[in-house]
Ligand binder design. Structure first.
Ligand SMILES: *Cc1c(COP(=O)(O)O)cnc(C)c1O
Ligand SMILES: [Zn+2]
Length: 386
């Protein structure tokens, strides 16, 4: 069912076998990417490649799981692409869309990555996993682990909103609260994983969460009948969504499915933690760690990311850009999405609109362009003060 061929290091090109358990490249410690036999698939139309399954596993030929019985699914993906007419009218943008990822199991797009990673972990015989999380990844890991009977150890900052803690505990995970932010959680998770032999599911430190996130790119193409939008605005933390979607676009381009140009990809971060924006502006290949990272958009509070150079490559290759917005602008934009579109957006989703408003002022986006914002999760699990 899958056309996977091998794993390849994103920096040095070293090849790895997908039948073994892999984390980062053993030579250069950078992320491994999954490769497929796209030449063999080229002769088929998308309708022959995609399967009649009502979840993101519709794209399983371009995903890494070998055996059907190892797929751990709660019905993730196939989220709506909503024409944001009222919001668009307010902004003078007739072609504004919102990809609403809040409809995923556990309420966020993290479900895609973790459905795929937990499936692959099951296939590789892994019994215990660990993950550092700002909340949504922890909830998703707990849910998919529960579904298949894997033991999950979740490391979250102690200021994580309570619904995430309840969710992890109720699904039977070992939820640990750490005095610090996600990078501190990552350090603790790594230490314990090495000590106890757990599999580390940290962002891009294993190759398969990316393959789940990638399906957002396939869906967009299908929903827009193979004409991708002009601009995609994405709230960027560890970068799996940005890197994953671009990977999907490149794969579809190689398969000959895409009509026209690829989108300009935009990273939005909070001005309280904007390492990728800073590195993009400075023209750097890698991003320096951000000190004293602070933002209410928890998913964006990522001071350093192992996939930094991959994000920067996507932004440059796509003629995109990176922009930082204040927390006040994020909150205001979050409410605006709720008010005009009835979508209870998360702060990270709000950030995409705040970024768009800036880009519009700068003239970087044109009123007639087709623009897609990503609402990456539901706002319902975050503290509210309306
Ligand atoms: C994790 C997260 C992000 C950042 O996602 P990446 O793809 O890792 O950059 C954005 N929004 C929400 C709600 C998140 O949970
Ligand atoms: Zn390498």
């Amino acid at each position: 069912m899958t056309y996977i061929t091998h794993l390849e290091c994103s920096l040095c090109g070293e090849i790895y076998d997908f039948n073994h358990i892999n984390n980062l490249c053993k030579k250069c410690s950078k992320p491994l990417l999954v490769k497929y036999d796209l030449k063999k698939l080229r002769e088929y139309k998308p309708s022959k490649v995609f399967e009649p399954v009502r979840s993101m596993w519709r794209y399983k030929k371009l995903m890494p799981v070998l055996k059907e019985e190892n797929i751990v699914s709660l019905g993730e993906g196939l989220t709506p692409l909503i024409h944001a007419k009222r919001l668009g009218e307010n902004l003078g943008l007739p072609n504004l869309y919102i990809k609403d990822e809040s409809l995923n199991p556990t309420g966020s797009f993290k479900a895609r990555g973790l459905s795929c990673a937990i499936s692959k972990a099951k296939e590789l015989g892994i019994k215990e996993v660990s993950i550092p999380s700002a909340g949504n990844a922890g909830g998703a890991t707990s849910a998919y682990s529960a579904k298949t009977g894997i033991r999950a150890h979740i490391y979250m900052p102690k200021d994580v909103p309570e619904p995430f803690i309840f969710e992890c505990k109720t699904t039977g995970a070992d939820a640990r609260l750490i005095d610090g932010i996600i990078s501190d959680c990552g350090r603790e998770a790594k230490k314990d994983s090495e000590k106890y032999g757990w599999f580390d599911l940290s962002t891009l430190k294993e190759p398969y969460r990316l393959e789940g996130k990638k399906t957002m790119g396939f869906e967009l193409a299908e929903q827009l009948e193979w004409h991708l939008p002009d601009v995609i605005i994405y709230p960027t933390g560890g970068g799996t969504g940005l890197i994953g979607m671009w990977k999907a676009f490149k794969e579809m381009e190689e398969l000959g499915w895409i009509k026209g140009k690829l989108p300009r990809m935009v990273t939005v971060q909070s001005s309280g933690c904007a390492p990728i924006v800073r590195a993009f502006e400075r023209g750097e290949e890698f991003a320096e760690t951000w000190k004293n990272a602070q933002t209410i958009a928890a998913g964006l509070r990522v001071p350093s990311a192992v996939g930094d150079f991959l994000m920067l490559r996507v932004l440059r290759e796509s003629n995109g850009t990176a922009i930082a917005v204040s927390d006040e602008a994020i909150l205001q934009a979050q409410r605006k999405i709720c008010y005009f579109e009835g979508i209870f957006a998360c702060p990270e989703g709000g950030a995409t609109l705040a970024g768009l408003e800036e880009l519009l002022k700068m003239g970087w986006v044109k009123p007639y362009e087709k623009i897609v914002l990503f609402n990456t999760a539901t706002g319902l699990k975050y503290p509210m003060d309306f």
